[in-house]
Design a protein around this ligand. Structure first.
Ligand code: FPP
Length: 251
């Protein structure tokens, strides 16, 4: 059955860019009577599984919401544990990323992260920059409203410096100022753990993404869950504002 669905999706269109909101680590741990941090550690295992599964399917971009700007408001010991986990995971995984031809990128206010996180990220990004397989994008200290406001600020500065005029600003120009400007549009967003919201993640980039919500907590999410989400994606009609008849004629 699991192999059936995998073969089926491999015969169809694999989304080029998948984004994931990795929710439910804390609840998963608490339901087991464990500390929330244990949930984050287990969450890293799911990250590993998703990177491997996406590479295997030929997904080109995987963007993971690892830490939002709002997450800074969590108890300090949880913030510190997440930062430590980021450092230890990068250190432990960079070799495997290279082996699997995965290239690492980040989006967000990474300059807000502790120095050792920034150093470890810079190192992992540099070490994987020649890889040509999956692009793994970690959203860290990320907020989509911040990214959009920042893009507006950069354009305003360019107008002030007379490099462009206000009339030059259109959707394409605006897009070039976002931190995701080098990545293609997101085609599929997966959020685990039963919340049906976007939580300030990739608001611009999700404009025409298919949204998939599952009740499974992130530490329990696996390849089979990913395959189901892609199967669901492949069975949707993506009309981009056109009519169903137009889409059928285009095919
Ligand atoms: C959401 O679960 C998860 C996070 C805020 C952090 C995600 C981090 C990881 C999976 C580990 C580190 C990642 C990398 C890439 C090394 P939650 O804590 O909001 O869960 P809850 O909603 O049940 O409280």
């Amino acid at each position: 059955m699991a192999q059936d669905i995998k073969n089926q999706i491999l015969a169809g269109k694999i989304p080029e860019h998948i984004a994931m909101i990795m929710d439910g680590n804390g609840r998963w741990a608490q339901e087991k009577g464990m500390d929330r941090i244990f949930g984050h550690h287990q969450g890293v295992e799911t990250v590993r599984r998703m990177v491997e599964a996406c590479s295997e399917l030929g997904v080109k971009y995987l963007t993971l919401y690892a830490f939002s700007t709002e997450n800074w408001a969590r108890p300090i010991h949880e913030v510190n544990a997440l930062m430590e986990l980021l450092v230890s995971t990068l250190r432990a995984e960079v070799e495997k990323l290279n082996k699997n031809n995965v290239r690492l990128h980040t989006i967000g206010r990474t300059h807000d992260l502790p120095g050792k996180c920034q150093d470890e990220l810079d190192e992992a990004i540099a070490q994987t920059q020649a890889n040509t397989g999956l692009n793994l994008v970690l959203a860290l200290s990320y907020s989509s409203k911040w990214d959009i406001a920042n893009a507006a600020k950069k354009l305003a500065e360019a107008v002030e410096a007379k490099e462009i005029s206000p009339g030059d600003i259109d959707e394409e120009k605006f897009r070039t100022q976002l931190s995701t400007c080098n990545f293609p549009e997101v085609e599929l967003l997966i959020r685990t753990s039963g919340e049906n919201r976007i939580s300030n993640f990739l608001l611009w980039e999700l404009a025409y993404a298919e949204l998939y919500f599952t009740k499974t907590h992130w530490p329990d999410f696996n390849e089979e869950g990913l395959h189901k989400a892609i199967h669901d994606f492949q069975n949707r009609e993506r009309r981009f504002g056109k009519t169903s008849e137009q889409i059928k004629n285009d095919q």
